[in-house]
Design a protein around this ligand. Structure first.
Ligand code: ATP
Ligand code: MG
Length: 472
């Protein structure tokens, strides 16, 4: 596509000279010198750019600038000013001109200015289109769920989106916490600004702090230059702190300070930097229990939990399952260019009775896989992975009970669960062998007694249950 440019100058010979040059460069160019001609040309077609002289007997460059920016905001504007009239150029820039050029100029200078302005303009246009696309994706229209519980969630999202209040999104894995965070942002007054997300659980304490707060040059070995943290990157927009329950005690203090004072300090710096950021946090942990156990600061809890939004697990809103299934069917059919368009009632019924420990994400994965495996145009079979399988009249689990569909969980969560299960099995076996003696168990396992007691409490293991009858 070639760019179209309108050249406006009362010196017609000069304007034509520019026109010839621009056409040689592959641009489409038109010339206008009389006021009426210029206005009707603008009305007839969309120009990507107008280059106009400042002072013309019939027309004022600034007036034309106002006209163009008012009616055709996507059209760029370059003003040509006489040598020595910098003030007018500055004035034009303030009123929205994209650039200016001082007469007389060599043709190369004009070409370079045009190129820069047009590049920037199409970049802006691209961003605008992308933003529209993103807005469309996170509007309520694309939130699937008609259950009363989800209706409540939509109401909350739209209420809270209008405010700047800190939001804490709660819910099991895969229930749509991130989707809610983005919806709040894209329905808020900050929607034209940036949405920055960070998964706080995936990072070590030092890494997390430098990611969040940035650092000064030389703050530590390897800090070759200053780096802005997520708080500063998100300035004016929204910062999504995912897995906020995983914050270490010292990072909790720092977060509390930001929430209270809205200032941050870069690592290795001694200057406060003001930040204007809307905070949305999410966790699938039991924060109240963490507070009770002392793992999560109570004051921070109250600062974060200003507006809580609880996302119900899928098994508590089963009426949404067929809707979601059909939605993902349409999504992946389109994505994989398949003609699978139907899902059998038997499969839907089966899906309705499942418990979906991985919630919407798991359902999405199951449909995606079913489409890939499907023969013909309808899905008549799904593979739920954690579905119990019948063998020789005996009910056996398809996989060990303690691995609830791990592949459908994010790696970190899967690992956490697996580790927990391993710990429980290990300590159970240990206590059995030691007949409930904590001293002996601690000796064998090299776990200190305090840790051992804490873990026993966590897994509801009581030493009394392991004492052999004859030792009592
Ligand atoms: N109501 C819904 N409608 C449509 N898609 C949904 C809905 N809820 C969740 N999803 C989709 O399910 C997937 C998981 O959602 P999301 O990542 O927001 O979950 P999460 O709660 O952040 O999970 P985790 O705790 O594991 O990070 C995403 O692909 C998301 O688009
Ligand atoms: Mg998430």
């Amino acid at each position: 596509m070639s760019f179209s440019i309108l050249i406006v100058d009362d010196q017609e010979a000069f304007a034509h000279q520019i026109r010839v040059r621009l056409e040689r460069e592959g641009y489409e160019a038109e010339v206008g010198s009389r006021r009426d001609d210029v206005l009707s040309l603008l009305q007839e077609r969309r120009f990507n750019l107008v280059i106009s002289d400042m002072k013309m007997p019939q027309m004022d460059g600034l007036e034309l600038l106002g006209e163009v920016k008012g009616k055709y905001p996507d059209t760029a504007f370059i003003i040509m000013t006489a040598f020595g009239s910098v003030e007018t150029a500055v004035d034009a820039m303030k009123r929205g001109a994209n650039d200016y050029i001082t007469k007389p100029f060599p043709p190369e200078e004009l070409l370079l200015t045009i190129k820069n302005v047009l590049e920037k303009q199409s970049l802006l246009h691209e961003i605008k289109v992308l933003r529209k696309e993103v807005e469309r994706r996170y509007s309520f229209g694309n939130f699937i769920g008609k259950s009363p519980r989800m209706q409540e969630v939509y109401d909350l999202i739209s209420d809270v989106a209008e405010t700047d209040a800190t939001v804490l999104i709660r819910g099991e894995t895969g229930t749509g916490k991130e989707l809610v965070a983005k919806s709040i942002h894209f329905n808020s007054s900050r929607k034209d600004r940036i949405f920055v997300g960070i998964n706080c659980g995936a990072l070590t304490e030092t890494l997390l702090e430098s990611e969040l707060f940035g650092y000064e040059k030389g703050a530590f070995t390897g800090a070759m230059k200053q780096k802005l943290g997520k708080f500063e990157q998100a300035d004016g927009g929204t910062l999504f702190l995912d897995e906020v329950g995983d914050f270490s005690p010292s990072t909790q203090v720092k977060l509390l300070r930001v929430l209270q004072e809205r200032v941050i300090e870069r690592v290795g710096g001694n200057r406060e930097v003001k930040v204007d950021v809307r905070i949305i946090a999410a966790t699938n942990r039991d924060l109240e229990e963490e507070v009770a156990k002392g793992g999560f600061r109570e004051d921070l809890y109250y600062r974060i939990n200003v507006v809580p939004i609880w996302l119900p697990p899928l098994r508590e809103r089963r009426e949404d399952i067929p809707l979601l299934a059909k939605y993902f069917l349409a999504k992946y059919t389109h994505m994989f260019n398949r003609d699978t368009t139907l899902i059998s009632q038997e499969v839907l019924n089966e899906m309705m009775t499942c418990d979906w420990p991985g919630n919407v994400r798991q359902l999405e994965n199951v449909i995606e896989r079913a489409i890939i495996m499907a023969k013909g145009s309808s899905i008549t079979h799904i593979d739920l992975l954690d579905k119990p399988k019948r063998t020789e009249g005996k009910l056996v689990e398809a996989r060990p009970r303690y691995i609830p569909d791990l592949e459908n969980l994010p790696f970190k969560e899967a690992k956490r669960r697996l580790i927990k299960e391993y710990e429980r099995e290990y300590i159970t076996g240990l206590l059995k062998r030691c007949k409930g003696s904590i001293t002996l168990s601690s000796n064998i396992s090299h776990l200190d007694m305090k840790t051992l007691r804490r873990k026993m409490e966590e897994y509801a293991l009581y030493k009394e249950d392991f004492k052999s009858k004859d030792s009592e």
